[in-house]
Write a protein that binds this ligand. Sequence first.
Ligand SMILES: Cc1cc2nc3c(=O)[nH]c(=O)nc-3n(C[C@H](O)[C@H](O)[C@H](O)COP(=O)(O)O)c2cc1C
Length: 389
Amino acid sequence: MAALQTCLNIDELRLRARRFLPRGLFEYIDRGTEDETALRRLRDSFEQAELTPRVLVDCSERHAGVTLFGRDRPLPFVIAPTAAAGLVRYDGEVLLARAARAAGIPFCVSTQSITSIEAIAEAGAELWFQLYVWRDRSLTHALLDRVAACGVDTLILTVDTAVSPKREYNRHNGFNVPVTPSLRGALDVARHPAWLGGVLLRLLAEGGWPGYAHYPPQFRTRITDAASHDPIRLCDGVSWDDVAELRRRWQGRLILKGVLAPEDALRAGGTGVEAIVVSNHGGRNLDSAPAPLAVLPRIVDAVGGRMTVLADSGVRRGSDAAKLLAAGAAAVLLGRAPLFGLAAGGQAGAEHALAILWDELERTMALLGCRTVADLRSISFPGIDAQSS
Ligand SMILES: Cc1cc2nc3c(=O)[nH]c(=O)nc-3n(C[C@H](O)[C@H](O)[C@H](O)COP(=O)(O)O)c2cc1C
């Protein structure tokens, strides 16, 4: 824990995560897609957006809390869905859920998590569930019944992954699906004994190579197996009809994640979904995709308050989150930041990542003369206006 406290920002947690994790797993988390243009664009978007300080505003009573979907939350963050977080640390998804609970924010469980929603629910956190639609829609609907039975009331449908993106480093590292055992991979793992002993050997001792816990038992493969079962392949035919069907079936809140075009945001508004996440998937999918910060104001304008607009991708500083909030996001999802924390120090590390961003956000707010997130939304924001014009 003492060592964790020496990490003063998310980049320092990232370096610690890089030391702990085998390279294949670290790069799977850290990197983007193809030429990693979208990833660079994310950093550029935040760095180029200036915030002008406002002076002599009494900010002694400031707080970054928000009311999101009718519930007060101490900070405007949600832990984003990330596949295979259970490989980062033993029981990683449960640890993330506990960190979210400690911070008073929701944790969104991925369809592709290593631990089942039923087991994660025992952590007592507010859970959301992220859905990838499988080719066999009836299996997808059965999964939703499982999710609803766990008391989950918020479903995020990820709509930006019509096909698997081309992430060449995963192929080089043997970290594609299936994970391809190789001498290079074995040496990589051997060079990271803390991960080998603390995660992989524990998982192997427990039941062999882990798999994706939400796949139906008859199709549940290990991560080292090809996903050869057609019914549970990622469906490349997901359309607005699926959104309408999900809207009919899912009693809770429905959110579309991965919207970047104002036209799509408008169309989403007509389907009865409660919210969208403006996201480029952390720069991991379409490599030419814009940064959310660049399109957010237009989307917020287009939606005109008829739907909640959330955002994510590339947040490494509290000031990045401040910019997304100032540009109109109701809350910000965090993907890699809590994962780096998780790798660096388990649940305490994930909590530390949230605490760092929370502290940085509140400092940014004070330096801007903002006492609340609502104040943040009213600041003039030339960087944003320039990007979105
Ligand atoms: C390792 C990893 C796995 C991810 N898995 C999923 C997933 O299963 N479903 C999904 O909708 N998004 C997934 N994402 C995207 C995140 O939900 C989120 O949009 C993105 O990480 C935000 O960018 P950030 O990591 O820079 O915060 C994943 C991201 C990472 C880094």
